[in-house]
Design a protein. Structure first.
Lengths: 115, 111
């Protein structure tokens, strides 16, 4: 079946602009995670949804970052007033159950470059 | 403050030999340890896990060893194959279900 998909695969934007990154999880997966992977680092947790609600958003670096999952399926990560330090690969993962945290299936990521 | 550490950025191993990837952690509250494999332009793929109550888990060519007293785990791949060339992330999770990743080790399998 289809895996986790993320669009766009690459996004180049100017400093100060607003961007939206989309994640389509595996059908039926209730849990959805966003991670950020900077160069030379491992994925870093940002936010976790169980259904439509954000169960844990403690990883969001500041209030410029926001994520939604209005219907419990597709999620959008929104970044306002982008900064060069936001450049990274943004990974989305979904899981059939929030309690089995390691059974996460990752998408290919969106590479964001802020110029 | 890194809770999961992979101190070797890269490792080269001859095809057919054993690959050993190492990982250290600092948080004694972790209850599951994981290894993920990542190819370029793809997301990480779950490879193998081990519960904190065990010291070994084996799955085909992959074995993970856990030494809780030393807060150390390792992934053994034997025999190493060309398709094993990838970045390997060590990771850990606890009660909050967040996965904490290390920086990764790039494994090169040499022909």
């Amino acid at each position: 079946g289809a895996g986790v998909s993320q669009t766009p695969s690459n996004k180049v934007t100017e400093k100060g602009k607003y961007v939206e990154l989309r994640c389509d999880p595996i059908s039926g997966h209730t849990a959805l995670y966003w991670y950020r992977q900077s160069l030379g680092q491992g994925p870093e947790f940002l936010i976790y949804f169980q259904g439509t609600g954000a169960a844990d958003d403690s990883g969001l670096p500041n209030d410029r970052f926001f994520a939604v999952r209005p219907e419990g399926s597709v999620s959008t990560l929104k970044i306002q007033r982008t900064e060069r330090g936001d450049s990274a690969v943004y990974l989305c993962a979904s899981s059939p159950s929030g309690t089995s945290a390691y059974e996460q299936y990752f998408g290919p990521g969106t590479r964001l470059t802020v110029t | 403050d890194q809770q999961v550490k992979q101190n070797s950025p890269s490792l080269s191993v001859q095809e057919g030999r054993i690959s050993i990837l190492n990982c250290d952690y600092t948080n004694s509250m972790f209850d599951y340890f994981l290894w993920y494999k990542k190819y370029p332009a793809e997301g990480p793929t779950f490879l193998i896990s081990i519960s904190s109550i065990k010291d070994k888990n084996e799955d085909g060519r992959f074995t993970v060893f856990l030494n809780k007293s030393a807060k150390h785990l390792s992934l053994h791949i034997v025999p190493s194959q060309p398709g094993d060339s990838a970045v390997y992330f060590c990771a850990a999770t606890g009660d909050d279900d967040k996965i904490i990743f290390g920086k990764g080790t790039r494994l090169h399998i040499l022909p």
